[in-house]
Design a protein around this ligand. Sequence first.
Ligand code: GLA
Ligand code: ZN
Length: 685
Amino acid sequence: MKLFPNVTGLLHGGDYNPEQWLDRPDILEEDIRLMKEAGINTATLGVFSWAVYEPEEGVFHFEWLESIINNLYTAGIYTVLATPTGARPAWMDAAYPEVMRVASNGVRNHHGVRHNHCMSSRVYREKAAILDTKLEEHFGNHPGVILWHISNEFGGECYCDLCQNKFRNWLKEKYHNNIEELNKAWWTTFWSHNYNSFDQIEAPMPNGEMSVAGHRLDWRRFTTWNMTDFMKWEIAVLRKNGNKLPVTTNFMRMYRGLDYEVMAKELDVIAWDSYPAWGNDEESLQRSFADVSFDHSMMRSFLPGKPFMLMESTPSLVNWHPFNKLKRPGIHQLSSLHAIACGSDTVQYFQWRKGRGSFEQYHGAVMDHVGRNDTRTFLEVKEVGEILKKLEKTEGSVIKAQTALLFDWNTRWAIEDLPGLSKQKKYDETCKEQYRIVRSLGVEVDVITPSIDFSGYKVLIAPMLYLLRPELAERLKCFVDEGGMLLTTYLTGYVDDTTLCYLGGFPGDGLMELFGLYTEEIDTLYPSDVNGIAFDEGFLEEAGVTKEVTKDAKITDFCEVLKVQEAEILGTYTKDFYKGTPVVTRNHYGKGDAYYVGARLDEAGMKAIYRALFATAEVTCFTVPEGVEYHRRTKDTLNFDFYMNETEEERTVALAADGRNLMNGEAVKGTLRLQPLETAVIESK
Ligand code: GLA
Ligand code: ZN
């Protein structure tokens, strides 16, 4: 599906801050000339321009922006227009201290930095509304403006009185104004934490209440709700005169503080900012790519059927990692095409031109302080611009995965806050690891949140599904009943939506019936402890795996002691007092299968299980040599197969389909040789 009706092809551009250069018309003129040269067709404007728009309260200046947008448009460059609420002018903080956040220790911030407004402040909302209204009136119908970019990288929390009051009201509504309902949900009789009224409740704070999991979870949900409410306020202002431009905001990969599932529902387009290290001391280049693939897969899955936007990336280096190494030659092209391969329709940068001073003066940019168009970075960006033109046809195409991995912020938060068990909880890492293992078997994977309809997938992988949101268990049962394959692991279905443990056995809420077992105990191991698995031989045969391959498979961190009622036992523990008892099971349920993996099993073990599972589910597996990444985007009858060599050596791949390599126009058949870091994009019917 096309993201922007008036745009043809992929977008290439990034954050542009002409407001820093208004006294240098020569540079502003040069910018446009050089953008054209670099193949840039979009600029994100106004992200941090509030103090230039409104230098004093009630005094507005938009003429500078008007001429910039006009000049860009004349040169064929579209504008993504931001609302400037990510940072505030000094006059506002001085006049209205309530707009500044209060930290969790109860102390109000001083003026400074950014991304730190109180999302409950009426004053801030009103000031934002005045400015956003003017922006919409001036530029909302400009033919060059294609998208609203709401604020910037929403994040953080505020503990001011306004926010705390709002939290109490939010709780009142959630618990039907019935404090006993809340007391039950939070199990407050423990340690005599019962509340008599909603007025007694405070946000979780380091020197206050931090011991109630349900309370902490509700605060996190409230913060998401309040931030989303602020974002919706801005969107409503932009829409109040009937403006129909799509809206987005820029996400920060798997940011912990906000449930992106909730925010995504308010957006027309998903956009995110990607700043990995692209290979460092701890992580190989391939690992970095695998990691970012996960992020891209999550972004494309928030709004199914639509490409997403890579809103920010650096053409060279960043300034906020512990060490800020340059992207090595060739990495910029590969990482940019990687985003396209994973479903993005844009490659955008932070930033077009380095500012001379302040916090980001050494952050990478297309235009460096040296001001030349023959730098390594400029030339690499220009090359990406040329390639994106060659890939024009891929615009609007999407990835169609048959397998999804379930990732849930609520489960993530609940696991993080759960008191006890082990330090090695690693929910995020486990999801990423399972994603990587499945990808290594040549299977495409979407990363979805629970409210996404998963009925169209053949396989659903839901690691550590600790918290069950209402109706999720029922939907999982239906999924399997209708022929889906579900795999889950230890720590599944322990608590309900308010973090109360299920009674009568885990996994709760009816999932015991689906898996045909219950968990009696969970053993959390010392880091030096290792258990093993003995797979059923018939099962290994089914998986097409020899005994040799799994004989050293390791189990670490978590071991559940399972009581199987109906399921088939596929593997048993090899050690400890639960030696010989089940660890991996499969239950036929309706037309599908429900796999349960009761322990943290390593790659060798998991691969055997996935092989069997994908074979029964008839999932398309297309394997490429190690170090090559493959994705297929499709549109109508066209396929675009991306092969990316993420290694420093040559690789030869057997093609999924013969066709034409859009990178160089050559027809290719059978196999293809890829140079180090080379990408091929094969179009076929
Ligand atoms: C974020 C912000 C940008 C910039 C970059 C630097 O993504 O949105 O304004 O600060 O980081 O990497
Ligand atoms: Zn506040």
